[in-house]
Design a protein around this ligand. Sequence first.
Ligand SMILES: O=C[C@H](O)COP(=O)(O)O
Length: 327
Amino acid sequence: MTTTQQHAQQASVVPARNPGMPLDLDWIHRVHVNRSAVERRAATLPTRRTVKKEWQAAWLLRAITCIDLTTLMGDDTPGNVRRLCAKARQPVRQEILDALGFNELHVGAVCVYHNLVPVAVEALQGTDIPVAAVSTGFPAGQTPFELKLREIEASVQAGAKEIDIVISRPHVLTGNWQALYDEVKAYRETCGEAHLKTILATHELATLRNVAMASLVCMMAGADFIKTSTGKEPVNATLPVGLVMTRMIREYFDRTGYRVGFKPAGGIRTAKQSLDWLILIKEELGNDWLNNTLFRFGASGLLADIERQLSHFVTGRYAAEYHNPLA
Ligand SMILES: O=C[C@H](O)COP(=O)(O)O
């Protein structure tokens, strides 16, 4: 096996699912965030490691396996979701994979609106690529609670194995942690075996401390993943927010022994950005998190640039964009 293959294929151990715990308000109120320290540390992350040549190719292949390949547009149709699913099955052109010595590679999941779950489930039959549905009135979450529960139920029934819910931002902004906990716990129960990702929409939470506290409450309520953003806020996944959230994941693991996953989402479009995020995960959470059971990118356009960089690694030149159509 070449270095690229060894590092891209590092086995992932399936961690025990986070069962949640009672709401611990003392722990939540003790949370503090030093914004300038966070910003300083986040600024150094992209400069801490240089990943070049076959190492870079290996990290990019790993990044692909962690993508929730996403389309969340008003003009989504069964046709473009089927094309996205074809890309999810074969994310990189075969000749590039052959040159890198890979037979098979696929993304972490395909993420769509509820209406398109059946189309994606059918298009991914015969693979183990899960379908994720955004839910609970995504992206703003301003719909009645009962409807949100029914929406989750309907997506699970349609075959979604992962449910990406949006939290009610007003609960955070008013410091109503009990309401946030109860809400997320109800979502987790409604999900059943489907995995629950809780989208914080961090740009709408006002402070990094709120981001940290909301992360903790979601994990206490049983979230399998905490996710930064919907992709629809004016600012989505940023490294400072990622740093705060991963530190809370670490604290939760130290206290409970359960590993909760992390999903930055929104605005991640370049191979370089994907490397920055992988470095953050390696530095803050370690190798256990560097696989798609505990780490995902929510991204609609990232794959195209990664494929372009891999093609450059293999051929020594950049392919024109039309050679790497996304969907
Ligand atoms: O969860 C995924 C995001 O909606 C994708 O955002 P993006 O289109 O900026 O990559």
